[in-house]
Design a protein around this ligand. Sequence first.
Ligand SMILES: Nc1nc2c(c(=O)[nH]1)N[C@@H](CN(C=O)c1ccc(C(=O)N[C@@H](CCC(=O)O)C(=O)O)cc1)CN2
Length: 296
Amino acid sequence: MTAQIIDGKVFAARVRGQVAQGVTKLKARGITPGLAVVLVGDDPASEVYVRNKGRQTIEVGMASFEHRLSADTSEADLLALVKRLNADPAVHGILVQLPLPKHLNADLVINAIDPAKDVDGFHILNVGLLGTGQKAMVPCTPLGCLMMLRDQLGRLEGLNAVVVGRSNIVGKPMAQLLLGESCTVTIAHSRTRNLADVCRGADILVAAVGRPEMIPGDWIKPGATVIDVGINRVDAGAGKTRLVGDVQFETAVKVAGAITPVPGGVGPMTIACLLANTLTACCRAHDLPEPEGLTV
Ligand SMILES: Nc1nc2c(c(=O)[nH]1)N[C@@H](CN(C=O)c1ccc(C(=O)N[C@@H](CCC(=O)O)C(=O)O)cc1)CN2
């Protein structure tokens, strides 16, 4: 058996199309959703992500506000910028690109963002709302994973879901979302005993542990749906590198029912869901109905 490949690029393009339609409707009412992205420092990967965010924001018809600050920016200056963006009515979504330089306290900065504009869903209030099953801003990567799972499987109720990884950005919110779908959820991680056996029990396996190709095909239940969140750059010889996921794709594809590739799986959904969250935040700010199919 060979797994169906879940194409994240195609899926993300579909989501962006839905977002663009929502933006057109808002513009007809004289409202333009706006997304502010803050980049501190010159991390090359973050540079690429921020550039792509800005480009895709404009492509769906939103206003893009980019703030690039030097690596030695003080916490006070960054907090002052966040405060200005909180107060700016043209800005419906605020995102501070992570990681921040070491001297800045990311928790402090994220929790200074107005929770209604926290399109990353990282603010402690949104974390609490999601954890208690209330309307929240949902972190983009897990939201994208859930959209793909719903599309693939329909109802998820009663399925065994194993999330490997316990980060605040992916693992924990992913587990909350799957619980919200009435899955039986296990959060596993690199120190879990008998990790292979835990994974073998999964109808849905979400790998978000950040270890290149840690999960081989023989840890996967035949027919399972595998969502690989890992984006790991490894040596490809001859001075080159390549991207691999947390799942060993070559062996997993022979066992799984469906699987996301790396690259081209979950990654593109992250920015598409950021745009979806910005549209949602804008609708909420104006007391308008939320876009269908783009929120949980
Ligand atoms: N404030 C935030 N910071 C970070 C987040 C986030 O959601 N909010 N996530 C990541 C980076 N990220 C977006 O910011 C992101 C990562 C990967 C991709 C993507 O499309 N990946 C491609 C491969 C890209 C490549 O060639 O390197 C793929 O998987 O196909 C988009 C966005 C950390 N920081």
